[in-house]
Structures are given as structure tokens and as C-alpha cells.
Design a protein around this ligand. Structure first.
Ligand code: R5P
Length: 291
């Protein structure tokens, strides 16, 4: 097995290579003066199973480099190309919400799927998609961050109560809570626009002595987290801790969440960010070993 890192993924790729005892595969990336992508792999990878590491936040700037790399690996004779995308993008537009839109989750899968043989990712936003492998047309492994999140919480928060800010997040809060026998609840959310969400008021009367730990898969504008934190502050709970699996934090989202009153904001390292505190590389390495 060889590990190839796309730009920006070097430390995650190095960690994987170390855990797996796999040899790195060097590639050279640059932009032509007109910003077109250049990729060169001047290293023999014939017959190798190559793991390409590329997290896919802000994907539009990354996609062609990734696509060219995967295609080139095949042309150079790699036996297989497995993409490790700790964060998998374009999963939320999984239906037509308004007339005239497309299901871009499917469009993206149709572009990427034919270029790879396997896909490993962490907690993709599988809301209306049952089987990621069928959707991408490849062998796919979905890794859950819950055990790593539970370890982090167990070591730092005495009596947590887990709060999911919407029905979709029930799967994550219930999973983490089950690792430590703690209570959880999932709220209801209505989204009126990219930065305009309403979240129902949490019923926490039975858990007043516990620290609320809000968990969501993605923190993008952070409006979902902010609305939840505001409710908790109004209820005078213990200061809430916010945990996101995927730390997108668009624009000033991180500062806005801090200012809203989050006591602590932490994330896994699926996307490199100052809030990263929970390492998921071991979980991905386990998945690659058994893929
Ligand atoms: C949506 O269903 C996801 O699970 C997250 O709740 C959502 O992506 C968070 O977005 P934002 O941070 O922009 O509120």
C-alpha cells in the first residue's frame, strides 16, 4: 500500500502512513500561470494499491487536481486507487428542494466514482442516501467518529448530556451517548436559508446538573450551533460544549459561535482547523486495514 497526499493533507497522510507502515508516494502539484492544474508522479507505482488522501471541504478548488491524480495513477499502472476523504462534500443537496435544482450529491458522485476503486470517509451526511457504495458505484467504507468523540468527552466532562440540534443529528448523539451511558436528546430544526435556522428549545429540566454537549456532523455557518447555544444560555444550563465532526467554519462562523456563549468548541481533524482536538486517523487506518 502507498499513501499519496493531495496538497493540504500532508499531516493526515503522514499519520496514516506511520500507523499503517505504508510507503508514501510522492507527487508534484503546481499551477500553470493560467491556474490550470499540473500533477506529476515521478515514482514507480505499478501494481501498487494507492491510497489518495484528500479531504473535500471547499471542494471546487480541489476537484480537478484530485481527478487528474486518480486518472494518472491508473495510467501509471496502480493496481487500485482508494480515496480517503475524511470529509466528503456535496452530500447535503441529496434531493430537489425547489424546482429547477439538481441533486448535486448524485452529480458529484457520478464525476468522482468512475475515477476510484474505493472510498473511505468519516460520518458522511447520509440523510436520504442509504448506501454510499451504491451511490458512488465503488467499494465504500463509512467510519464513525463516535468512539473518538466519546473518549474525548469521557476524559474531560464529568456528567454530560448530549444534545443533537436536529433530527438528523440523533444518529451521532445517540451513538456517542451509547459509548458512555449518558442521556441525549435531539431537537427539531427548520432551515429558512443558508444563515437562517430555527431550533426547538431543549427540554433539559431532568438534567440540570449535567453539562450540555452539542454534537453535529458539520459546522458550516455555525447558525445551527449558535441557535442551540442561545437556547441553553437562556435556560441557564452549565456552559455548553460544542463538538463538530467536520469543522468547515465558513467565514466568521467560529468567532460568532464563541461570542454566542459556547464554553468550548472542538472538532475532529477531518478538516484542518484550530478547533481540532479529536484525532480520527486511527479509525481511518483501521478501516483501510480491513477494506
Ligand atoms: C445539516 O443537516 C447538518 O447536519 C448540519 O446541521 C448543518 O450542515 C450545519 O450547518 P450550519 O453550521 O451552516 O448551520
Amino acid at each position: 500500500m502507498r499513501i499519496l497526499s493531495l496538497p493540504g493533507n500532508e499531516s493526515f497522510a503522514e499519520r496514516l502512513a506511520k500507523i499503517l507502515g505504508a510507503r508514501p508516494l510522492a507527487a508534484m502539484f503546481r499551477r500553470f500561470p493560467d491556474q490550470e492544474a499540473y500533477v506529476r508522479i515521478d515514482d514507480d507505482c505499478r501494481g501498487d494499491d494507492v491510497v489518495v488522501v484528500c479531504t473535500l471541504d471547499r471542494p471546487d478548488d480541489k476537484f480537478l487536481q484530485l481527478a487528474f491524480t486518480c486518472r494518472l495513477l491508473r495510467d501509471l499502472g496502480a493496481a487500485s486507487v482508494t480515496l480517503v476523504a475524511p470529509y466528503l462534500c456535496y452530500m447535503r443537496q441529496d434531493k430537489v428542494f425547489q424546482g429547477g435544482e439538481g441533486v448535486t450529491a448524485q452529480y458529484f458522485a457520478d464525476l468522482l466514482g468512475p475515477l476510484i476503486d474505493g472510498l473511505v470517509t468519516i460520518d458522511p451526511h447520509l440523510h436520504r442516501i442509504d448506501d454510499l457504495g451504491d451511490f458512488y458505484g465503488v467499494r465504500a467504507t463509512t467510519v464513525h467518529a463516535a468512539p473518538a468523540i466519546a473518549d474525548w468527552v469521557r476524559a474531560r466532562i464529568d456528567r454530560p448530556v448530549f444534545v443533537g440540534p436536529d433530527i438528523e443529528s440523533k444518529q451521532w448523539v445517540s451513538d456517542v451517548a451509547s459509548h458512555m451511558d449518558a442521556p441525549y436528546l435531539a431537537l427539531e430544526k427548520e432551515r429558512h436559508g443558508d444563515r437562517n435556522v430555527e431550533v426547538s428549545v431543549p427540554q433539559l429540566a431532568d438534567h440540570a446538573d449535567r453539562t450540555p454537549v452539542i454534537i453535529d456532523d458539520i459546522i458550516s455557518t455555525a447558525r445551527t450551533m449558535i441557535e442551540t447555544v442561545k437556547h441553553l444560555n437562556d435556560l441557564h444550563t452549565h456552559p455548553p460544549v460544542c463538538i463538530g465532526v467536520h469543522a468547515i467554519f465558513a467565514d466568521d462562523a467560529f468567532d460568532a459561535l464563541e461570542q454566542a456563549g459556547a464554553a468550548q468548541i472542538v472538532s475532529t481533524n477531518t478538516i484542518s482547523h484550530t478547533s481540532n482536538a479529536i484525532d480520527v486517523s486511527e479509525l481511518i487506518a483501521d478501516a483501510l486495514r480491513s477494506a
